[in-house]
Design a protein around this ligand. Structure first.
Ligand SMILES: C[S@@+](CC[C@H](N)C(=O)[O-])C[C@H]1O[C@@H](n2cnc3c(N)ncnc32)[C@H](O)[C@@H]1O
Length: 316
């Protein structure tokens, strides 16, 4: 799959998120400033996106609370994610929040931030007197950086993170990847996970992507994506929950666990799930179950500081 095609997966994800927000699944006043239009999607897709955003947020919020926000967050393949502004509104901003994506994606995102006063102002408010710099398809500010780079080139990534964004390798750091590693061949995602493991003694990784891809539904799903020009290069570790966990432990991480999105969905606050289940009529319950079974969140930790990272999980 070409890099251009991989980059365009961001358009699909962000348009779906915008549509789900428009339908009332969760609140995000910023996504509409980053994405021109929402893409109408079936109710089961919207519920899937709801479980995805709430699930990732559940782990991240625990990490930020455990570290009393004295930590760093690195969003790999962040696309048009509006998380920085949402964390700010929730008073959950870490010391440093960094996003990495291809230049073609960061360039469009930076342009949107530049022309939308609500987005620029949001960053400016975290600058403590310093100014926000947007140039060369990147954004730099004391707490927020948008960097371009290729996750397959770990050496360059390390240089940018330390020299440009001033990352502190010794600080607790949360890595997140939402539907990103699946586009990197295992030969490329493996060095990335090994590099994080060796450089960051206190790190947590939350990875959302496909799972159970070797069963009948999974094979049809991958074939459908392929006919739409979207080949999942990194599908090998998506065979089941064990292969998802093993990719981390075999890359040297201390521990890993994973659950499918059906389990994540069942762990979300009941009153909110009750609310969203009333937003749209769903007659394809079976399809929703299958979709939720074919995505997962896998989390891994490296806790050489013994700060309790293994306690961050669902229903924990
Ligand atoms: C499906 S989109 C998801 C975007 C965002 N994480 C979200 O959930 O809304 C995948 C993103 O990963 C980025 N990506 C994939 N491979 C990458 C690589 N090798 N280097 C940098 N970014 C990459 C793509 O450009 C795209 O923005």
């Amino acid at each position: 799959m070409s890099d251009e095609a991989v980059q365009s997966t961001n358009d699909d994800a962000s348009m779906c998120k915008r549509f789900a927000v428009q339908q009332g699944y969760w609140k995000d006043p910023y996504i509409q400033l980053l994405v021109k239009s929402g893409q109408r999607r079936a109710p089961e897709i919207n519920r899937g996106y709801y479980a995805r955003t709430q699930g990732m947020h559940t782990l991240l919020a625990q990490f930020l609370q455990l570290n009393k926000k004295a930590c760093q967050v690195i969003n790999l393949g962040a696309g048009f994610d509006s998380l920085f502004w949402r964390l700010k509104d929730e008073d959950l901003l870490p010391d440093l929040y960094i996003e990495v994506d291809f230049r073609a994606v960061t360039s469009r995102k930076c342009q949107n931030v530049r022309i939308r006063p609500k987005l620029t102002q949001g960053v400016q408010e975290t600058c403590e007197g310093q100014s926000v710099v947007i140039e060369d398809a990147e954004l730099h500010s004391p707490k927020y950086h948008i960097l371009w780079g290729d996750l397959r080139n770990v050496e360059e990534l390390e240089k940018k993170l330390s020299k440009v964004a001033g990352i502190d390798f010794s600080k607790p750091t949360f890595f997140m990847a939402e539907c990103v590693l699946v586009y990197l061949h295992h030969d490329k995602s493996d060095p990335l996970l090994r590099w994080i493991n060796t450089k960051f003694p206190v790190a947590y990784f939350a990875n959302y992507e496909q799972v159970n891809m070797a069963d009948k539904f999974g094979i049809v799903m991958a074939d459908n994506l392929k006919t739409r020009g979207c080949t999942l290069e990194g599908i090998a570790p998506c065979k089941d929950l064990d292969t998802q966990k093993n990719r981390f432990t075999s890359a040297g991480w201390q521990g890993a666990d994973a659950v499918d999105m059906q389990t994540v969905y069942a762990s979300l606050p009941r009153n909110d799930v009750y609310r969203i289940e009333r937003l749209e009529f769903l007659d394809e319950m079976e399809l929703l179950d299958q979709l939720l079974k074919h995505y997962c969140i896998c989390w891994a930790w490296n806790d050489h500081g013994n700060i309790g990272l293994s306690s961050i999980k669902f229903g924990g």
